[in-house]
Design a protein around this ligand. Structure first.
Ligand code: 5GP
Ligand code: ZN
Length: 113
């Protein structure tokens, strides 16, 4: 997707602070952190959001959760963390490329506002 912000970040056309990368996904710190630790994990293959996940393409979602579990240990998030995937207007999605927020480092309110 040539006009997708996160595709451009994955391609290195827009700079980002990398947390982790492999063949399937890319993780980078959020530009506007909402917690002391706040990074995003995105599939390298463009998917527009959670509502574009199908039985055919969903393996990357499981992979991303495994990556997050590993990174949480490497980054010392032993007090816990939250994984969030916003979808659509009411869900608060502002970038049309599937992404998983990982938030940690403070106690997070529930339910969200
Ligand atoms: P959403 O609101 O779609 O769930 O999350 C999009 C996230 O992307 C927001 O938390 C926002 O701060 C982050 N973001 C938007 N533009 C950029 C950017 O250019 N670089 C980085 N690192 N994060 C961005
Ligand atoms: Zn994209």
């Amino acid at each position: 997707m040539s006009d997708c912000l996160f595709c451009k970040i994955i391609a290195g056309e827009i700079p980002s602070k990398k947390v982790y990368e492999d063949d399937l996904c890319y993780a980078f710190y959020d530009i506007d952190p909402q917690a002391p630790t706040h990074f995003l994990v995105v599939p390298k293959a463009h998917l527009s959001g959670p509502d574009a996940v199908t039985d055919e393409n969903s393996a990357v979602v499981g992979h991303i959760y495994a990556v997050i579990a590993r990174l949480s240990k490497e980054l010392g998030l032993e007090n816990g963390y939250r994984v969030v995937a916003n979808c659509g207007k009411d869900g608060g999605q502002t970038v049309g490329h599937l992404h998983f927020h990982v938030l940690a480092g403070r106690s997070l309110a529930w339910p969200p506002g």
